[in-house]
Write a protein that binds this ligand. Structure first.
Ligand SMILES: [Zn+2]
Length: 122
């Protein structure tokens, strides 16, 4: 029951975020494929994977974080793709799209870290 409630809560949150930030709302899939043990979420253009077994405050952070990646995809696809191409030499945690998503989640949508997102190392 908690699983279903959390899943529904995640999906509703993402729909509301999609309206607020003009994003085609992704579908929330309530599991994380092929992740490391600590992976809580994963984002693709129209899906986000969320481990919905987490507790609510942490779950909210995951939803905001993964939603931000979808926003990045839909609003700045070229920058996102450039990160994918150029980010190979940068540790994952330090990549601009990760910094931006973390800032967005931490502030619960008040702001991202667009400076880090736009700055792609040569
Ligand atoms: Zn991320």
């Amino acid at each position: 029951m908690k699983f279903l409630k959390n899943w529904a809560w995640c999906q509703l949150s993402v729909i509301l975020l999609g309206i607020k930030y003009m994003v085609i709302s992704p579908l929330v899939l309530p599991f994380v494929p092929q992740g490391g043990v600590r992976a809580a979420g994963r984002a693709f253009t129209f899906f986000i994977f969320v481990n919905v077994r987490h507790e609510r405050p942490f779950l909210r952070r995951i939803v905001y974080h993964e939603f931000r990646h979808v926003w990045q995809w839909q609003h700045h696809p070229m920058i996102y793709f450039r990160w994918m191409a150029h980010g190979i030499n940068v540790p994952y945690h330090d990549r601009g799209f990760e910094k931006d998503a973390r800032a967005f989640a931490k502030s619960l949508g008040k702001h991202g870290d667009l400076k880090a997102f736009y700055h792609i190392p040569k």
